[in-house]
Design a protein around this ligand. Sequence first.
Ligand code: G
Ligand code: G
Ligand code: G
Ligand code: MN
Ligand code: NA
Length: 254
Amino acid sequence: DLEQGLRVAVENGDQLSVRYQPIFDTRTRKPLGAEVLMRWQNEAGEWVSPAEFISVAEESGMIVELGAWQMDTVIAQLAKWDRAGLDVRYLSLNISAVQLARDDIAGRLLATLARHGIGTHRIIVEITETTLMSKSPMVRTNLSALEVAGILVSIDDFGTGYSSLSYLKQLQADYLKIDRSFVIGIGKNRSDEEIIYAMLAVARSLQMKVVAEGVDDEVQLRFLQDAGCDLTQGFLLSKPLLAEEAAALFAAAS
Ligand code: G
Ligand code: G
Ligand code: G
Ligand code: MN
Ligand code: NA
């Protein structure tokens, strides 16, 4: 089954890979950094969606090993890009509540960054609103340690969970990611547009930068530009890329 297959994949490593989806300055369309996305092509050659296997990895505890492998892989890649003279300012990593509750994520990140000679401000940790509200002592300890170390925090899928605006203030997150479900409504649904304006206003007043996710067309990009949304991610500007493809994109933009 899925869990057994994933166990083999985590042990062997060769079925797992990452993609880098560039994040662009909305106005200039220059790529600044990238979100790291996990990929799994199983033994049968089928691509299993992370929406499926990440939850299995969390329930079985394999997410800790998977996350550790990913962290080392992508920070090594960032160091390699630095040596090649590419201007990739940051990598944005999805970190689940389970990882923050079970693993010394902050310690592991700091050790990995130190080993590769990368500064803490080069990493953004993407957490959900639900994680932000967690009362687990280990989660709280990890989040404070990340903040103290200067690792940046982004609130992912914003507006889709149990949002409480007061939590935004508590943690002092640096970025807010507007979920694709709102971006889809641009030009079609007045209330989605109003919600985006409201999110941008909240973010601005809390000195957070905003990333719009799932930007698929020029109408959406133009709206976000006019609304003052700082950053844009989505298929219009780039799909998730292999490391070599991402390197070529950043090289062409610098
Ligand atoms: O890449 P894709 O859009 O298929 O991802 C689906 C979901 O899986 C997204 O919500 C994304 O945040 C999550 N995801 C992708 N890669 C990772 C990962 O490495 N770790 C965690 N925790 N979630 C991931
Ligand atoms: O996304 P696209 O239409 O390019 O994918 C074509 C096929 O290649 C898909 O059937 C998919 O299974 C496979 N594929 C190749 N690379 C990837 C990848 O990074 N992610 C996913 N989900 N599928 C991939
Ligand atoms: O949950 P999270 O926001 O981390 O998920 C990001 C996911 O959204 C990635 O799996 C990525 O492949 C997907 N994605 C990114 N941009 C677009 C887009 O423009 N359109 C669609 N349909 N999916 C996107
Ligand atoms: Mn994300
Ligand atoms: Na998201």
